[in-house]
Design a binder for this molecule. Structure first.
Ligand SMILES: Nc1ncnc2c1ncn2[C@@H]1O[C@H](COP(=O)(O)OP(=O)(O)O)[C@@H](O)[C@H]1O
Ligand SMILES: [Mg+2]
Length: 355
């Protein structure tokens, strides 16, 4: 049991690349923290500094209150799970699970107890005598998890552990990891570029961009109040629609501009808009936008209709329940409540509260 505390952590690689530019973050004891951001934003670097696999150029990393900056990975009381599983191919599953404990001179009976417990929790008991090559991707990932569990560490670190699995298995394993973490209550730091995975797993979500934290908070708080244009468009799929207030088609939105004179961009999520079809009326709190349909994506339970605003404006996606029969080229009106819009400073990208 341990909190992880990062204070102004920096990483400058030999050659001068500043991969992490001062990150401060506290992950409370027992919390599941997910670090999400695009490829190259510094997620793995940050995780590897916590693990001790990468030297720390500046700042402090504490695990359970203890500064670990200069401790070897083995002395940090953490266990890491990687995307490529990192299992020993010539060893059986049982030997893979036992290996780290034997190295630590854990008593034999204790090793047996922990391996049995992990095998039971992960339902890999029937594979213990196989080698990794004789397992499916999902089973291998479970063994990799098992190897982390038997260590009974103060914290788990995950680096994109599900990226090698197919879409369906990814969803299953995601739920398994979450259940497992709830049960073990081990502080976890999980890194992914997949915003959906991040949203569904996290107690605490941290959005990283170019080596800096853009926003941290609960997944819903971030979804509902993104602090910047970067977060607004990175979290949520399809992405939040953006309309520059001084661009084509924005005149119906002028009332949202507020008193400031700075250039502004408005945002609206696809699910907060509706199409005015079949004589649907407009409510008093709604504004109406004219769209010329450019594409229709039918997902099954819902469709996404994309249209260009006022012919030359930005593309706007609208979520429509069920099957949309609209064809590209059609003209359609979309309505959205004024209160559902987000407002951003177009230059800094920072969120502005609606007036
Ligand atoms: N060993 C290294 N030497 C120099 N630059 C590196 C090294 N590892 C990563 N980088 C650079 O640091 C940045 C962050 O990389 P990384 O932490 O792997 O990002 P992510 O995991 O978010 O994709 C990238 O620009 C990457 O090219
Ligand atoms: Mg990475």
């Amino acid at each position: 049991m341990a909190a992880i505390e990062l204070s102004e952590v920096r990483k400058v690689y030999a050659g001068g690349v500043e991969a992490v530019k001062g990150v401060s973050l506290t992950i409370p004891d027992g919390a599941f923290c997910v670090l999400v951001g695009p490829s190259g934003c510094g997620k793995s670097t940050l995780l590897r500094m916590v693990a001790g696999l990468e030297s720390i150029s500046g700042g402090t990393v504490r695990i359970g209150g203890r500064v670990v900056n200069d401790l070897e990975p083995a002395s940090r009381d953490i266990a890491m799970v990687f995307q490529n599983y990192a299992l020993y191919p010539h060893m059986t599953v049982r030997q893979n699970l036992e290996y780290g404990l034997k190295n630590r001179r854990t008593p034999k009976e204790e090793i047996a107890r922990r391996v049995e417990e992990a095998a039971r929790i992960l339902e890999i008991g029937q594979y213990l005598d196989r080698r990794p090559g004789q397992l499916s991707g999902g089973q291998r990932q479970r063994v990799a998890m098992g190897r982390a569990i038997v260590r009974e560490p103060a914290a788990f670190l995950f680096d994109e552990p599900l990226s090698n699995l197919d879409a369906k298995l990814r969803v299953t394993m995601r739920a398994e990891i979450r259940r497992l973490q709830r049960r073990l209550k081990t502080t976890s730091l999980y890194v992914t570029h997949d915003q959906l995975e991040a949203m569904t797993l996290a107690d605490q979500l941290v959005v990283l961009n170019a080596g800096r934290i853009e926003q941290a908070g609960s997944p819903m708080a971030i979804y509902e109040k993104p602090a910047s244009l970067f977060v607004a468009t990175f979290i949520g799929s399809p992405a939040m629609n953006l309309v520059p207030l001084d661009g084509p088609g924005a005149s119906p939105l002028a009332t949202l501009a507020g008193p400031g004179k700075a250039k502004q961009t408005l945002g609206i999520r696809p699910e907060h808009m509706r199409l005015l079809e079949g004589g649907a009326g407009v409510r008093a709190d709604e504004i109406v936008l004219d769209l010329s349909v450019s594409g229709v994506e039918v997902v099954g339970a819902e469709s996404y209709v994309t249209g260009r605003l006022a012919n030359s404006g930005p593309e706007i996606a609208v979520r429509v329940p069920g099957y949309s029969h609209l064809e590209p080229g059609a003209s359609v009106k979309a309505a959205a409540p004024l209160g559902a819009f987000h407002r951003f400073d177009a230059e800094s990208g920072r969120r502005l509260e609606l007036a």
